[in-house]
Design a protein around this ligand. Structure first.
Ligand SMILES: *Cc1c(COP(=O)(O)O)cnc(C)c1O
Length: 394
């Protein structure tokens, strides 16, 4: 049950709901592998595609179906496939967009595992990639080859919150008949709509804001029905990256509160970013939503709000960054993000430790760089935590 006139907050509570004959209020968890058929004729018809209905939970499951439909309603996408993790979504979206001999252009500021798929996995199967500075439109243009079929980017990026002009990349892709896949995790489906900006496929790690309470891994790929039917459908059936019904249910319930959480976390992040920017112990603050963000003009055009994440540099390098992290009491040290709990990480020694010093420098990740994911705690308590910890860390 979905009404296309619903505003996001309504779609996120009711969209995709499939009520059984029991009339349950809350969505049911269909923990089943298979489905029984009334007759052998019915099984035959279902396998032929002549009769609607479920066949096997690697293909589709009612609880997973509700999650996919609710995500479609939110994103304004025709169709979706949910996956067991964000990386299953990214790798499926990329692999199903290309074949041996094709070329990919990707922004180099990528989540570590996404960069591995592009730089290490795909070349094994004859798919070459060029990594560019995604903030420079001329680099995207110069990287194009006659066999370029796919553009891939993340915006804002992890961890330095760089912003890519999605509409400009989509115009370039359309001019050469290539497709654009956007990893929209950092923006969330509420703050940025890549499909409206011209992108063809959007992927999420639902592990982050969509769950929002640090429980389940999950992912989702959204696009037009034709691309999903032609390129993704068989891959899903036969390679099995399917989301478990229990995790789908958790994510489905997460969607009900997504707007409230993201709004609150973004508001707190804006306040904390402003506070950090004034602090003498902090040398740099990058926050989409502040006027001093290097791509503030693009943000004003393509994002509806700021971010729940802040990137900042502590004066004094690694030892100062570690001392601050260790002195925080409410904010926990963790490489995850989008959680109800505020989490801080030191990218150079965790999420981006596999990059060379040079590659880290290119991405703007220094020894004093920290990434903060703002949670649902009271912003005043978080600011007091930073104030006390910065004093304690000297
Ligand atoms: C976390 C994350 C992923 C991977 O998601 P998992 O659910 O951990 O597999 C991909 N892209 C971005 C931007 C992420 O933050």
């Amino acid at each position: 049950m979905t009404n296309s006139n619903w505003r996001p907050q309504t779609a996120l509570v009711h969209g995709g709901t499939l009520r059984s004959h029991h009339g349950e209020t809350s969505e049911a968890i269909y923990l089943t592998q298979g489905y029984v058929y009334e007759t052998a004729e019915s099984a035959e018809a279902r396998f032929k595609g002549d009769e609607p209905g479920f066949i096997y939970s690697r293909y589709a499951n009612p609880t997973v179906d509700m999650f996919e439909k609710r995500m479609c309603a939110l994103e304004g996408a025709e169709d979706a496939r949910a996956t067991a993790s964000g990386m299953a979504a990214v790798s499926a979206a990329l692999l199903c967009s290309v074949k041996a001999g094709d070329h990919v252009v990707a922004a180099r500021a990528l989540f570590g595992s996404c960069r591995w798929v592009i730089e290490t996995l795909m070349p094994k199967y004859g798919i070459e990639a060029t990594l560019v500075d995604g903030t420079k439109q001329d680099e995207w243009e110069k990287a194009v080859r006659p066999n370029t079929k796919l553009f891939f980017l993340e915006s804002p990026t992890n961890p330095t919150l760089e912003v890519v002009d999605i509409a400009a990349v989509a115009r370039l892709a359309n001019s050469i008949g290539a497709r654009v896949v956007v990893d929209n995790v950092f923006a969330t489906p509420l703050q940025q709509k890549p499909l409206e900006l011209g992108a063809h496929v959007v992927v999420y790690s639902a592990t982050k804001h969509i769950d929002g309470q640090g429980r389940c891994l999950g992912g989702v790929i959204l696009s037009d029905k034709e691309w999903i039917d032609k390129n993704l459908h068989d891959y899903f059936r036969h390679t099995g990256p399917s989301l478990s019904p229990f995790n789908a249910w958790t994510l489905l319930k997460g969607l009900e509160t997504l707007p409230l959480r993201v709004r609150q976390q973004t508001e707190s992040a804006g306040r904390i970013a402003d506070w950090l920017a004034e602090h003498p112990g902090i040398s740099r603050v990058i926050y989409p939503g502040r006027k001093d963000h290097p791509q503030a003009d693009i943000i004003a055009r393509q994002m509806k709000g700021g971010s729940t994440l802040i990137c900042f540099d502590v004066k004094g390098g690694k030892s100062a960054a570690f001392a601050l992290s260790n002195a925080l009491e409410i904010v926990k040290i963790s490489n995850n993000l989008g959680d109800a709990k505020s989490l801080i990480t030191h990218p150079a020694t965790t999420t981006h430790k596999n990059l060379t010093d040079e590659a880290r420098a290119e991405l703007g990740i220094g020894p004093g760089t920290l990434r903060l994911s703002v949670g649902l705690e009271d912003a005043d308590d978080l600011i007091e935590d930073f104030d006390r910890a910065l004093k304690a860390a000297g």
